[in-house]
Each structure stands twice: as C-alpha cells, then as structure tokens.
Design a protein. Structure first.
Length: 74
C-alpha cells in the first residue's frame, strides 16, 4: 500500500467498468507515519490502521448518504 499504486489501479478499473464511484485513501496513509497502521508480522492493517482508514472514508460516505433521495414517508 505504501510503495505501489497497484491496488488503487485495480479498484479504479473495476469501479470504472461497473460505473460506481471509488475513493482512495492511499495518499493519506503515505502522508502519515505508517508505523502504527500495520502489523509488523504480516503487514495487515492494525486496529489503528482500520480506524484511520474509516476516518478517511467517512466524509465521502456521509456525502453520498446525504445526496440520496429520501424514502417515501421518511
């Protein structure tokens, strides 16, 4: 994640083919000290990394939810 854009590129292509929006947070991870984000043993996201990832995505998720039409009677 910190050294390659391969994952973002694959997600971007899939999103474009499916005509769905995609958000990328790789830059945010790269702009911070990555030490606490990943487990040293296997490189997977730690609890802190997952929380940071969610914090980066929340503004986009909230905007998408606000933009949705309200259900009938809601």
């Amino acid at each position: 994640m910190l050294t390659s854009d391969g994952a973002d590129d694959a997600i971007r292509r899939a999103a474009e083919e499916g005509h769905v929006p995609a958000r990328f947070v790789t830059r945010a991870f790269r702009d911070h000290d990555a030490t606490p984000f990943f487990f040293e043993l296997d490189g997977h996201l730690s609890a802190y990394g997952h929380r940071f990832h969610a914090e980066q995505l929340m503004p986009a998720v909230e905007a998408m939810l606000r933009a949705r039409p309200r259900p009938c009677g809601g």
